[in-house]
Design a protein around this ligand. Structure first.
Ligand SMILES: Cc1cc2nc3c(=O)[nH]c(=O)nc-3n(C[C@H](O)[C@H](O)[C@H](O)COP(=O)(O)O)c2cc1C
Length: 327
């Protein structure tokens, strides 16, 4: 498979992997209102390799790998790429899970999560617990590359308790990766302290001397595209990955910068609810959908009352009815 990362031209933006957020529905929604802002790569939610490898456990995680045909279409129209993100600890499981993904799905690349700081995951020796585990990490990356045949990337943090960017990123740069996304915080910082983009500048310097062909992407606290472009410029990174910024503005990747009015926001929410119920007809937890209401229903007169009304609903049809009456 050809390596799309090589063809990406600086500067570009990426939509971050976010559990229970960046499913096929939300990715399509975001792309449907994006234009002219260099959104080039989107990620799936992270998926456990143990789950994928377990015949029963697989049923509980497989939805994370789902890609609607309508999402495929818009990916191709925007010339954007979709990367699947996996996590775990055991190189053999990574090998098996990557093979399963390759045989059953189509993605442009595969990313390994080495950044999540959640205690229950770290206790299993996965995600950010892999930081500094050089031998195991090399084995995992090699296993994924061999079995998936896809370009491999890693998303990680700068260290465990203290920044260890120099030793950790230097190691990753010797692992034949196509790209590294560096979230500019340590494991200990969780998301509580501000991201420290000087660590991205340091990682770029290491990249330039050790493996100039590897794409280096910065992540953490990017407020809007102008802010992202400035950070890319000042650090020398190739791109910026956007996570929570999308919560305050689904039009984040749209370069026409006018304020969205109530109609635009509610029409997008309506579209989201319809696509959600069409995609997950078995009734995927409606509470997951509710978390999105705040993204659309804010910043206009009466938003708080409408939001409260929508939060009382328990079925998509009722939510649509309330929106239609409001509109
Ligand atoms: C709700 C939520 C879910 C997340 N899930 C994932 C995930 O599945 N994989 C991952 O690598 N990072 C995950 N993250 C971390 C983000 O990808 C990103 O690194 C982090 O939010 C910092 O970027 P930001 O400041 O732009 O939000 C998640 C973050 C949030 C808020």
């Amino acid at each position: 498979m050809s390596d799309f990362w090589k063809d990406l031209t600086r500067p570009f933006f990426l939509l971050a992997p976010m559990e229970d957020v960046t499913d096929t529905v939300f990715r399509e929604l975001v792309m449907s209102v994006s234009s002219g802002s260099h959104l080039r790569v989107l990620f799936t939610e992270f998926t456990s390799v143990d789950g994928i490898c377990h015949p029963k456990g697989r049923d509980a995680v497989i939805h994370r790998l789902m890609v609607n045909a309508s999402e495929r279409k818009i990916l191709s129209e925007l010339n954007a790429r979709l990367v699947v993100q996996i996590w775990g600890n055991d190189p053999e499981k990574f090998f098996e899970a990557s093979r399963f993904i390759k045989d059953n799905f189509w993605f442009d690349g595969i990313d390994i999560n080495m950044g999540c700081p959640a205690e229950k995951i770290v206790k299993q020796g996965s995600c950010s617990a892999l930081i500094g585990q050089h031998t195991r990490v090399s084995e995992i990356i090699q296993a994924v590359r061999e079995s998936s045949g896809m370009p491999v990337s890693v998303k990680t943090r700068t260290g465990l308790r203290e920044h260890a960017t120099e030793s950790w990123i230097s190691h990753l740069l010797q692992c034949k990766l196509s790209a590294i996304t560096l979230h500019a915080r340590t494991q200990r910082m969780m998301s509580l302290k501000p991201a420290e983009w000087d660590q991205i500048a340091l990682a770029v310097k290491l990249r330039n001397s050790i493996a100039p062909e590897v794409k280096l992407i910065g992540n953490g606290d990017v407020a809007d595209t102008q802010h992202g472009l400035k950070l890319i410029e000042s650090t020398g990174a190739d791109g910026a990955m956007i996570g929570r910024g999308i919560f305050s503005d689904p039009w984040f990747f749209n370069s026409t910068s006018h304020e969205r009015n109530m109609q635009e926001k509610l029409h997008l929410l309506r579209k989201h609810i319809i696509l959600f119920s069409g995609t997950w007809p078995e009734g995927r937890n409606f509470n997951i959908l509710k978390r999105f209401f705040k993204i659309y229903v804010h910043g206009f007169d009466g938003a708080a009352a409408l939001r409260a009304q929508l939060m009382e609903t328990s079925r998509p049809e009722t939510a649509i009815q309330i929106i239609d009456e409001y509109l």
